[in-house]
Write a protein that binds this ligand. Sequence first.
Ligand code: CMP
Length: 142
Amino acid sequence: MAIERTLAILKPDCVRKELVGEVIRRIQRAGFKILALRMLRMSKREAEGFYAVHDGRPFFEELTTFMSSGACVPIVLEKEDAVSDFRELIGATNPDDAADGTIRKEFADSVGENIVHGSDSTDNGRLEAAYFFPEHEIVANR
Ligand code: CMP
């Protein structure tokens, strides 16, 4: 067990559905500390940069168009085992496969519009946090 950071993004569908408060409440109730948070709208190019690892996949165009379609809320989170615990909290990428009680099961419409992103490793958590926040904006919150 180690204290880890992960990057969450409340996606444009989460903002449009006015679920920002509800999703943050669930994240905090699950024991995650918020170290940084902002609201912004990514350009298409910024979304392509963030998801560069998926470049070439059939859903890349749809994904980056959606992620740049409106405001989103990136959040740096800290917790013991943050990466795996956050993925458990949000549920499987495809809401049809997500476990009952998870955020995606409850609120997501489709694999593309699935409310929230979570980093898939501690290395990616660090890289993804740096995509949105300089280190001095990631605040120890105890
Ligand atoms: P996310 O955790 O943000 O990481 C990559 C995203 O790609 C993923 O959530 C999904 O929203 C999206 N994605 C994965 N597979 C598909 C797909 N088949 N069609 C559309 N989007 C997808």
